[in-house]
Design a protein around this ligand. Structure first.
Ligand code: FES
Length: 131
């Protein structure tokens, strides 16, 4: 399918889900105010792959990223309760230790780039269209 629609009504604040889009995992996280602030208080230019948090989200509460580590393609952890989210509270790739922040940006480890943000839009308050 070129595009999918995802019901996000059941995703509690602080939680994330994984859906499949074009054969790839896509992570959708319902961000807390705290994690939004954490993403916004850093200087984007100081990051390995500079990008502002604002440039990566349509609505601050919802982050959508392709869940494939930009190092060698493992699936980072951090969606389910109890999974490590790394030192920056986003996702952690256990293969070689890449840490992504609450905007899906690479902060530490061998991955060269941020988790990509796929094209997405809000159909309504509880539905995201990806693709
Ligand atoms: Fe993720 Fe190497 S594949 S750190």
């Amino acid at each position: 399918l070129a595009s999918i629609e995802v019901d996000i009504s059941g995703v509690q604040e602080g939680m994330a889900i994984k859906v499949m889009w074009r054969g790839k995992p896509v992570f959708i996280r319902h961000r807390t105010q705290e994690s939004i602030e954490a993403a916004r208080e850093v200087d984007p230019e100081a990051l390995p792959d500079p990008a502002s948090d604002e440039s990566r989200v349509n609505k601050p509460e919802w982050l959508v990223v392709v869940g494939v580590c930009t190092h060698l393609g493992c699936i980072p952890l951090g969606n389910s309760p109890g999974e490590p989210r790394g030192e920056y509270g986003g996702w952690f790739c256990p293969c070689h230790g890449s840490h992504y922040d609450t905007a899906g940006r690479i902060r530490k480890g061998p991955a060269p780039e941020n988790l990509p943000v796929p094209p997405h839009s809000f159909v309504n308050d509880t539905t995201i269209k990806i693709g």
